[in-house]
Design a binder for this molecule. Structure first.
Ligand SMILES: N[C@@H](CCC(=O)N[C@@H](CS)C(=O)NCC(=O)O)C(=O)O
Length: 214
């Protein structure tokens, strides 16, 4: 059976679980304790030499990097989440890259410095945090416009790009990133968060972290 190594606070790992759920796949979810260093063990480094989640083991097919994993799972299952049509697929690829590299990178800077650095008692990098905020101020209007022009990120059809964005934006509340100024993103996001593929994972991202009163 497919094994997914992840952690509930990891947006890339949640992306993989959302896709596996959307594809209706059976899988075993293995929580990797990052704070406990489980991702640095000899055993885990055999799965991913850079010691990061997510990783999948699909009956011996070991893969890391969330976007490669989601493409593999969708392609293997001949899913319209990753369309066969060249132009449609290129559009999905374009938005996936935009989301992961630009939006994800910026959310990561803000999240790390506002939440994880104080929590781990490591110095906050104010410059990096401000860069993250500024980048989001450039990138999120582009996404908002795209979701005004079309129902989904890559056009009329729900795709891997939407799932990538949904997972990437999950930490916004705990990172105090205000999405209310992007009404189309809010509308799109609220609708997708009701879907089974999402609620099968959790009701609300970061529930446990909030309970820890970070
Ligand atoms: N580009 C990777 C990013 C993976 C990543 O950064 N994972 C984080 C959790 S969100 C991790 O494993 N961090 C542990 C570490 O770097 O020590 C992907 O999309 O899969």
């Amino acid at each position: 059976m497919l094994k997914i190594y992840g952690a509930d606070l990891s947006a890339p790992a949640n992306k993989v679980r959302f896709v596996a759920n959307a594809l209706d796949l059976e899988y075993e979810y293995i929580q990797v304790n990052i704070r406990g260093g489980e991702h640095r063990t000899e055993e885990f480094l055999k799965l991913n030499p850079i010691g990061k989640i997510p990783v999948i083991d699909d009956d011996g097919v070991i893969l890391f990097e969330s976007d490669a994993i989601t493409r593999y799972l969708a392609e293997k299952n001949k899913s319209s989440l990753f369309p066969a049509d060249l132009k449609k697929r290129a559009s999905v690829d374009q938005w996936m890259s935009f989301v992961t590299i630009h939006v994800g990178g910026a959310v990561g800077r803000v999240l790390f410095n506002r939440v994880f650095a104080p929590f781990a008692k490591v110095p906050v990098d104010e410059r990096s945090m401000q860069d993250g905020v500024n980048f989001l101020g450039k990138f999120l209007p582009v996404i908002n416009q795209q979701l005004t022009d079309s129902s989904y990120l890559a056009g009329t059809d729900f795709s891997l790009a939407d799932i990538a964005l949904l997972a990437t934006l999950d930490p916004c509340e705990i990172a105090q990133i205000d999405l209310a100024v992007y009404p189309q993103i809010v509308k799109w996001r609220d609708a997708l968060k009701q879907k089974d593929f999402y609620t099968k994972c959790f009701k609300e991202y970061g529930e446990k972290l909030k309970q820890m009163k970070v």
